[in-house]
Design a protein around this ligand. Structure first.
Ligand SMILES: Nc1ncnc2c1ncn2[C@@H]1O[C@H](COP(=O)(O)OP(=O)(O)OP(=O)(O)O)[C@@H](O)[C@H]1O
Ligand SMILES: [Mg+2]
Length: 435
């Protein structure tokens, strides 16, 4: 008989309001994203409340022939009630609906390989409620994004039919950007999107928020085995049996108006390793807009801007209060995790929220520069930096030999930098044993 994983005792882990059931060390169970959302919450950093469904529940879903167990649904409902209390809004409420994101998150970083759905919980009824508490433009903008993501990820009809329709709408309204579309134009787009779903999925868009939620959780579990993810795992030698966690988190909105924004940043420049806070953002935008390339993102500050960005206003200038808090938080995160971080944030009506932190990917020369700088900043970390560099050399163009470091394949500038580092480094830690 095949070894069966025992049924998990607990499937859901809460985070919010300074408390979390999980922590950074629990990435096997919570995935990297969930573990770090819990850790940031514990640190007192502003993170929208939510909960993480464990990777064990993903395995259980596969064993149960892709059915969500009653036990899981009960735990999810109980945790949703907790989020509702913190947010002062009810899931499915027609007047002031709580909306959530349903986000994938694997134990090993697989950037952008799996799926996420935003603004879940919106229905034909509650879109009106949302329009009354905010604006009609915002409500329709959120709804059309949700229908598209749900249609793509859960109903499997892809995003092309929606994008084509959006392009048509912009063309006939003679508008270049999504943000130029009026409330009425976005409302008409929503009707078209609902029609696309009816046609292509052969059934109407689900109008019951719980049904939406179960659909999204199942789809995120299944996204562990989508083609992109499987190929990525094969290339990077990642174990296919791990499974993904699912993060369900109260939405915060970067698309409510001009005092709202969303962005991504690195605590240091990922291409040079320079110690400058570096990132991009868009005002009145949501989630993926910054990387989608539809509008030109702005640099968050002058220090990290590229030459061609000199004309653009920065976050530092446009929202100085939120920017200052972001600077404080990124410093704190880098110090806490002891490595360069890649972060996501959203500003809703001037208020900053953190949505993700993870170890930032970097070029080889940035890796060396960052290791040198960090070792200088924190000499007590030398031993672990040595281990990291040893681990890194496997894939890079240098090797540590019994006579020192062999830089044979490195270009001269990096050779010089590394030589400087190892000379300094070698006088402080015993040389590693070479096998
Ligand atoms: N609750 C939320 N409120 C506002 N924005 C959110 C929320 N949840 C996710 N987002 C944003 O939506 C986008 C997609 O989310 P997510 O981080 O889950 O996936 P991703 O960035 O595409 O891939 P990866 O898994 O590599 O992080 C991100 O920009 C994220 O900041
Ligand atoms: Mg992300």
């Amino acid at each position: 008989m095949s070894a069966r994983r025992a049924r998990p005792r607990r499937r859901v882990y809460f985070f919010g309001n300074g408390r979390a059931a999980g922590r950074a060390s629990m990435r096997a169970t919570l995935g990297g994203k969930g573990a770090n959302l819990a850790e940031m919450t514990r640190l007192g950093i502003p993170v929208p409340p939510g909960f993480t469904i464990s990777t064990d529940a993903c395995a259980e879903y596969e064993t149960d022939r892709r059915r969500l167990s009653g036990a899981l649904k009960d735990e999810v409902r109980a945790h949703l009630r907790k989020v509702e209390r913190l947010m002062g809004a009810r899931f499915g409420d027609p007047d002031e609906p709580l909306l959530v994101s349903v986000r994938s998150g694997a134990p090993v970083s697989m950037p952008g390989m799996m799926d996420t759905i935003l603004n879940l919980g919106l229905t034909a009824e509650s879109v009106g409620g949302l329009a009354r508490v905010a604006t009609a433009r915002f409500a329709f903008d959120s709804y059309r994004r949700f229908i598209q993501m749900y249609g793509d990820v859960v109903l499997g009809i892809g995003s092309a039919p929606f994008e084509d329709r959006l392009d048509d709408a912009k063309r006939s309204a003679r508008k270049a950007l999504d943000t130029d579309l009026s409330a009425d134009e976005l409302g008409a787009l929503v009707d078209d999107f609902l029609e696309i779903v009816r046609e292509r999925a052969g059934r109407p868009f689900p109008q019951d928020p719980e049904e939406q939620l179960w659909g999204a959780i199942g789809a995120v579990f299944r996204s562990w085995n989508n083609e992109r993810a499987v190929t990525y795992r094969r290339i990077h030698g990642i174990d296919g049996s791990l499974g993904t966690a699912v993060n369900i988190q109260a939405m915060v909105f970067g698309n409510m108006g001009e005092d709202c924004a969303t962005g991504v940043a690195f605590t240091r420049d990922p291409s040079t390793g320079e110690k400058v806070f570096f990132g991009e953002y868009l005002t009145n935008a949501q989630g993926e807009d910054v990387v989608a390339g539809l509008r030109t993102p702005q640099p968050i500050n002058r220090a990290g801007q590229r030459a061609e960005e000199r004309q653009l206003p920065t976050l530092e200038e446009e929202m100085p209060g939120a920017y200052r808090e972001l600077v404080r938080i990124q410093r704190r995160l880098e110090k806490h995790y002891r490595d360069m971080q890649d972060i996501e944030f959203t500003i809703q009506r001037g208020r900053l929220w953190m949505l993700q932190t993870r170890t930032g990917k970097r070029t080889v020369s940035a890796a060396v520069k960052i290791a040198v700088d960090m070792a200088r900043e924190r000499p007590e970390r030398l031993a672990s930096i040595r281990d990291e560099l040893l681990a890194e050399q496997r894939s890079q163009y240098w090797e540590i030999t019994d006579r020192g470091v062999n830089f044979a394949y490195l270009p001269p500038d990096r050779r010089a930098k590394l030589a400087e580092f190892f000379a300094w480094f070698g006088s402080r830690v015993p040389p590693p044993r070479v096998s």
